[in-house]
Design a protein around this ligand. Sequence first.
Ligand code: HEC
Length: 647
Amino acid sequence: MRAAAALLAAALALSPNAATKADPAAPASPSSAAPAADAPRSRMDIRNFDVADPKASGRGGEVYQSNCAACHDQGLGNAPQRALFTFMSPHSIVRALTSGAMKAQGQSLSDADKAAVAEYLSGKKLAQAAAPEPPACQGAAARFDFAEPPVFPGWGLSPGAVRAIPAGLAGIDKARAGKLRLKWAVAFPNASQMRSEPALGGGAVFVGSHNGEVYALDRQTGCARWIHQAGSEVRTAIVLTPWTRGDAKARPLAFFGDIVGNVYALDAQTGAQVWRIRAEPSPYATITGAPSLYEGVLYVPVSQLEGMRPVDPMFPCCKSRGAVVALDAQTAAVKWRTYTTAEPRLLGLNAKGGEHYGPAGASVWSSPTIDAKRRQLYVGTGGNSTSPATDTSDSIIALDLATGRVNWVYQGLSGDASNLACLAADKTSCPTENGPDYDFGAGAMLTTSANGRQMLVAGQKSGEVHAIDPDTGKLIWKAKPGRGGILGGIHFSLAADGGLVFAPVNDTPNLDHKTGKPYVEPAHPGVYALELATGRTVWSAPADASACVPGQPCRLGYSQAITAIGGLVFAGASDGTLRAFDARTGALVWRYDTTRPVRTVNGVDASGGSFGGGAGPIAYRGMLFAGSGYARTGVLAGNVLFAFEAR
Ligand code: HEC
């Protein structure tokens, strides 16, 4: 067991993908925005980070050793590896333990112990002042512009959620992309990742932060019109209610969810809270995918954080399941709630006497896709978190908009159940299926091929793309641009435009979940274009190490959602570089290294990092917005929203 854990750690550190050599000469970037090879770097290589001996570190070290080390020493699953905490503020560690992702782990700790472990892990004192917020807007920059209703309908950016922004709306195309320059950048205090896709409307950029704050920033300058403190990290996109152009009596709302399962409606003009509810009674509920708004109903996807608890064999595993909850957008009244599995019940005891519950899992962590014509919505589900696996995990499910009734289920992979125990030293609560953890985390796209056929196209962590008949849920074609893995394969989105499907592949160097050994098939990190009608590969842009910086972790691959903009595909990579590829040929047209520190409107220098999560780049009227930074093992933390302008 110990050997396996050590092997995992070694694989994470010494992966063939974790290239560390930069080759400043290749490829010659056509962009003047690409940094000079000798640009100053402020980054620490976490693999060489000198972690103090916990036994010699007083109370904080003791608390860490007995309550946290089992998961964070190795960075089990998606737990941030211990060294990553040095990129976090002590405030955000306390917040995670009090009201965030680690609430369950923090429950038994006193306030003094939370403070001690936070200071120990961050290497900073709680008394230290937090970084400054962006300045408050003055005059015209502060005014809400009713002449500008929401630019996009929601996370998927277009009807059918295909994540395509036409050149006319974006103000960016192949000719203008080379002219993109940084216009402003905002740093988010107490944050080490950026996962919330911005929304545009009223002249503002609405975006959530790792610190649990939601901002309305002036689009031209990045100053803050208002800042709302939500309970904990906001990973979802912000969704705005539409209004009639110029209607100054409109009272638009801004919706989002947080990591501990709350859903919010704010007054989009003022940031005042209108309502807040828990979408789901489970204490482990979390909202990762953005809610979708359609005809006054908010459809909320519910995921869960319970799958990390079974590392403790006595934890009663598992009772949390995926769900979609339909809410009246004005009042938050629940119209219907549909779970992805039957109600869990006690099934027996595990080998150590801990209670075994099931079925559970099949989380929904992508944004629901609305099909107005068929009056149904589509969600993807993840694997089960306990045995038995169900026929609804790793699936695309069509639900009736009015009632939540299941119209059909397309299962991409059957028999997939796993939880964090499968990667831990004590595997007692690892389900017999033991993975491979091939969720559908990328929202399904409803789109029409050249021959007029409507198709639902979805990407899976297995590395596969599935085209499904939206009427029946039957497979039309399947392609496999990626090898797959627990962090993708295809992680957070696809995009589609002009008869092509674009697939970002994030094959990571983790061990094969099933065998605990390195994968037999090599990883294929990169961006791929497939023909929508057939699934045939049209071009591929394999990731290479040319943008890696010596002494800085550099994982290759594309985890973050991508966007097709004006004949280009904008894709943020784990190496910290945002790239624009020609959508027809895959040729690299523009790139920008977000790991290089920039002066932010906050008045301090800050940098992005790896791109990850559901926040893809968006563009409007010649401006491009991209959030960068992903606090995960092997990738780069960062806390910056970049606003570029083509000029
Ligand atoms: C059972 C395994 C486990 C234990 C024990 C555990 N963690 Fe975590 N921790 C995780 C996982 C998994 C995540 C990632 C959650 C996510 O982002 O979805 C995480 C995330 C975090 C984060 C980042 C939260 C954020 O806002 O991004 C912090 C900080 C953290 N843990 C601190 C701690 C501390 C301090 C302890 C001990 C008191 C602890 N954890 C115990 C598994 C664990």
